[in-house]
Structures are given as C-alpha cells and as structure tokens.
Ligand binder design. Sequence first.
Ligand code: ADP
Length: 582
Amino acid sequence: MGDGEKVTDQIDFLTENARTVLERRYLKKDASGKVCESPEHMFRRVAAHIAKAEKNYDKNADIQKIEDQFYRLMAEFRFLPNSPTLMNAGRSLGQLAACFVLPVDDSIDGIFEAVKNAAIIHKSGGGTGFSFSRLRPEKSKVGSTGGVASGPVSFMKIFNTATEQIKQGGTRRGANMAVLRVDHPDIMTFIRCKSNKSELNNFNISVGVTDQFMDAVSQKGDYDLIDPSSGKMAGRLSAEAVYDELVKQAWETGDPGIIFLDEINRFNTLPDIGEMEATNPCGEQPLLPMEACNLGSINLTRFITQKESKSELDYEKLKETIHLAVRFLDNTIDMSRYPIDEIDKTVKANRKIGLGIMGFADLLYMLEIPYDSDEALELAGNIMAFVQKESHKASSDLAKERGSFPNFDRSIFKDNKDPRRNATTTTIAPTGTLSIIAGCSSGIEPAFALSYVRTVMDNDRLIEVNPVFKRFAIEKGFYSDALMEEIAENGTVKENLNVPSDLRSVFVTAHDIKPEYHIKMQAAFQKYTDNAVSKTVNLPHDASPADVRFIYDQAFETKCKGVTIYRDGSKDNQVLSVSKKE
Ligand code: ADP
C-alpha cells in the first residue's frame, strides 16, 4: 500500500442531506433503480479512475499510492471535483467536466450543430454556454431564401426546448448560459427575453458589456449597434437607456446578469487562439468556443488548527491539498471522454482547470470573523492569493514532469522561464451540490440563513441548520430547540437577544450583509482568480432599481468579471428561502 500507511475505506462524516443527494443523483443504481454503491465506493471508483492517468506519464508510477491519496482527499472532504466527475468517473458515460462553451455560427447548419452538441453535453451532465452575438438580427435578410431572419432570441427558444427534453440521463436537468453583446441590434429584445417568467427556463442570460459601453453610460452618450453579419453600424442607442432597462429587468426577475467582456479578455491567457465571448451557465468559467473545463473545490473548513487555544488556518496542509488537487484535475483532463472531437482537441491543447474553494462563510464563523468586515476581505485575499500561487507552482511542477500544455508557445506565458501544465488553474464555482455533499457553506457565499429550507435540483426540499452555529451554541451554553426554531423563522440572529452580542455580529447571513460587501468580497477573490468567481449579490425585497445599478457600477469599478444579483422574492421558483414566507 504505497507509503505503508493504512488506508481504510471509511469516509469522515456524511450529513443526512449529503446522503440523500448522493443516493438520488450520484451513486450507481442497478437495473431496478436500487442504489448499489456506497459513498465510499463512489470515492474509490473516482480515485481509481483518475489515478490511472499517471500511467500516461510514468510507466512505473505507483498508481495505488496516488489512488489512495486521491481517495483521502475526497473522503476527508478536503477537496471535491465537480459533479460530473463524481457521477461519471469509471462509468460508461465517462464525461467528467462541468463547463462547456459552444460556438453558434450564423447559419441554420451552425445553429443546429450547436443544438445537437449541447444535447450531447447535457446528457453527460455538463452545462453549456453560448454567445449568440454572431447571429444576424431579427428581420434581416436571409440570402438563400430571400426570407427574414428570426434573430438570436427566437433561436434560444429552440435550445431551451431541446434542453427541456433531455433530462441528462437521470442526473441533472441541463443548464445553459446565453450571452449577447450589448452592441448587437437585438439587445433590447434579449434584455427583456426572460420578463415572462415561464420562458427560457433552462437559460441564464447575461449581457456582454464592453468598456466602451460603460464609458458611454458614464457620459450619458449614445453608442453604435453593429450588425454581426456585415460588421456595419446598424443604429445607435442611448447607453443610459439600455443600462436602465438592464437594471430594471434584473431588479424584476434576476435576469439578465452582466459580464464584462473586456475585463475577461484582459485575462485571456490564449489571445492568439481566440477571444472569449461567453461563460458556462453560472458565469464562473469564461472559455473559448469548443473549450471545456473541469472544476474542483477545496473545503476550507477542513483546514482549521488550534494554536494557543485559538483557531487558525493551516496553510501547510492547504498547500499539500492544492498540489494534490491540481494533479487530480490535470489527470481528469486525460481521463474524461469528451463528447465531441473538437472539444477533446481544444481541451487537451489548453488544459484549463478551475480549482477554487468552498466553505468560506463557515470558515469565517469558525474564526469568529464577520463576513462584512475588512478582516474578512483581507483573509479572502490572502487565501485566494495562496491558492493561486500554489496552484501555479503545482502546474509548473507538473509541466516539468509531463510537459507544458501544447498551446504554451501561443500563450501569454511563452516568454516565461517557468513551464505551465495548464492555461488557467483557478475558478470559484457555486458548489451548489458539492457543498451539500461536503456539509459546508457554498463557494464564497455567506450562509443564506442559520436554519433554512433548501430546494435542490428538481424541487427536492431539505431542511438544514448551520452546523458551526449549532456547535457554538452548544459550547457557549445558549442552545435550545426553541431558540433554533425561532431563528429558523426569520433566518437571522442579528437582533436576537438570546444570542451573545459578540456572536450576533459574527453569525451574519446573506441579508444581514450590505450588498456592497457582497461585491467587495467578490472583488477580493477575483483579484487572485485566473478565471471568474461565482457570486450572487442578495438584495432585500424592498431594494430599488437604483440599488441594483449601484451594484453593477461597483462590480465594474472593482474589476469583477461579471455580476449577478438576486432580489428576495423576485423569482417564483426561488432556490433558497427561509422557512417563513412574507
Ligand atoms: P456542483 O456543485 O454540482 O459540482 P456547481 O453548482 O458548482 O456544481 O456548478 C458548476 C457548474 O456546473 C455550473 O456553472 C454549470 O456549468 C454546471 N452545472 C451546474 N448545475 C448543472 C445542471 N443542472 N446541468 C448542467 N450543468 C450544470
């Protein structure tokens, strides 16, 4: 057994919710639909499959040793790869990546090729992002028939219907991102395309704004619309009017979000290969067309040590995990079966990976640091700077063993002394399901409530009490069932006199935190993230459109790559809610 350590197949701790999610979606089932593997078996299956890649580089590699290391990485919940890896590794589908971006060309062939490719990807549990910016606008001429084009939004409906019909092999529903450049002539139709809440339900939408547009907004000027089929100017709009409409729609329904295209492309490590025009469904992964990326997240709550009776983060242990996680994700590229040849080629030429973190809000609770404090922002920066530095180092180390990614000489790194195995290494994912499996808070989001009802995929409802809060309450002697119930009613302890005052400022939840702190936190993490950061800025129900606009402006000024807001109660099918509805 490799280094002689005894490896037991015991996993650390699984919450009831984690077990439920795993049984419903992740564990193997037999022909009659009965679960036929345990969570331990699942991690073993994944570890064994991912470790096999070692043989590609070293015929004498001690595969068992690496497999055991990967197993412990997951079974101790220090790190989890994205859902498709957990679901499909070592199984017949074999597709392991969560994020894809597909090109949509301005032709019937091109459009339906993209619909087909999206369907194949959804079947395997991946999410797809598209830029519809190349499609000619509504009512423009179609050369071959003399008819008129129906425009990006009407084609999006076809993608939406196709997604609806493919229930992803019984695992996930399918998720899409549609991006349209702000200078596309159909931009107003796009901005309003989700105002009817029952339409385009399988899409998140984002307006791709440019620096030029943001300048025009600040100068209250007009800007040019460009017809993508001719490259010619096709009209002018008031930037202010478009921005106002965008803000109003987002305020009303949560859609559209914004992505900042120029900021994204300033960090494109492969500008000679292409321009990034779209992201994956939740926005954290900008990609070139026909690229995919597998993500993985480190659970920060597993890295706490006690020093002189104070809790602190164990950076040595974190470092070891980062290096192993980078190896895991790099192996995953080789072990994934990509559904389309061109994706296989692009992914293997660029070898992008996206390592991020989850459990940040719980970590802050454990360290007794309020989320909305300068200390929390500083810690965020320190942690992510560390993850980024060490993941780059791990990628260089791997390149010394395995070679740089094939497009290295066409990348921005080409003149560096250090080789690189991966064109990017860091991304902060939402970890919607991973965080349930690991039993920690999701991504970098503050806890939504200290006790709440969670609707997971397809309306399964689960009830959760924050485990860190519960532990504190018991240790400090103020725990009672009645108090927990009272807190569950409104989700916050901010004004609850039964909770010690110093803890009331520590145990803040999403709606206790001023929106601008959400953006400050996103920016603090973005500063040290190669790709992007998944973050939703939560606003109270009574927030105004002006509040939304302020958030968008802040996101642009602080160099976020995009922004998503959500005003409480503005969607019928809300993902998270406190148990008492207003
Ligand atoms: P998880 O926790 O399940 O691994 P995340 O919530 O971190 O997933 O989401 C990461 C990415 O996975 C998303 O941005 C998207 O690309 C993809 N994804 C998430 N949910 C779905 C879904 N239901 N169908 C397809 N892809 C999805």
